[in-house]
Design a protein around this ligand. Sequence first.
Ligand code: GAL
Length: 372
Amino acid sequence: MSLTKRIFAVAATGAVALSLAACAGTTAPANDGAAASADCNVGISMPTRSLERWINDGEQLQKLLKDAGCTADLQYADNKTDLQISQIQNQVAGGAKILVVAAVDGEVLAPVLAEAAGQDAKVIAYDRLINGTENVDYYATFDNYKVGTLQGQYIEEQLGLADGAGPFNLEPFAGSPDDNNAKFFFSGAWDVLLPYVESGQLVVPSGKSPSSNDDWASIGIQGWVSSAAQAEMDNRLSSFYSGSEVVDVVLSPNDSLAIGIIASLKSAGYTPGESYPLISGQDADKANVLAILDGEQSMTVWKDTRTLGKQVFDMIQQITAGEDATVNDTETYDNGKKVVPSFLLDPEVVVKDDVQSKLVDSGFIKASDVGL
Ligand code: GAL
């Protein structure tokens, strides 16, 4: 090898040695690619691609991490628990040192997270809490109880319930029984609405009216599937709404269920306008924002998933720097084994007049997505 080449080789090895030393020395991802990626190896596990928000959540976080020089593997589990477990196992085997998991079912991940802990991997529960394990280090989500409270208060206000108005026909729905968030959504709404059911201002002709929050799963829609909500609403309309009886308000915990409920109401002859029911929602999915603009849905609870992605990105930066991640709630989320240190973000209500200012002007959705 010529002298110049030998001089160059030595320099190159020296440079690599230098950067590795830099990497070994500091764990803070210094945005210099090599340093961050060494420690910043993240496995992202999302529940499904069939719901709009999870695609946004996964891709946003992966991009933030890759732009910071981290390794970021993104997997979707098609709402299948065994698939999610094997995807997480592969990520751990692939060297992931941080797992970000939005659980399909928050009750079945303890064994695989024990494996991950055995490889010194840190775990951040994403949006949905993971139960029954010590091996979840942090939880980042929106204030799930407040999501329900905002839906309940919107209905209370619009119907004038606090002023004694009624009776109104209500049909409540709840989310997927395997989703830890669903009980918080329902409890937040039902704590506002149940007193009016008990006072008779709200009547539930289908009888699908849980007597307490603990009974929420009795009206849960498995997998948050729109067509299942549509079928359930079809059944309620045909069985309990004959003659002049009409639905005045539907408590829908999220947008994917609301879309199914709207389709059922439309096929039963309901059209937006005077006697069209109030319908709640969550997530600000494009199809539902369109429905809100068309008067087919009344509101949605917007959770700006970009802020959740950024919060989790910051937590990962802190973890790779060997620091504790920032949290703002160390009481609410007991997963049965521990109270998981959590960061809760604020959800907010979006109605027709807010679409431009809150969703379009903030860049959450494009005007062209909703015909504006
Ligand atoms: C919940 C999530 C909601 C909604 C629902 C269906 O856990 O918090 O935003 O998307 O799942 O995916």
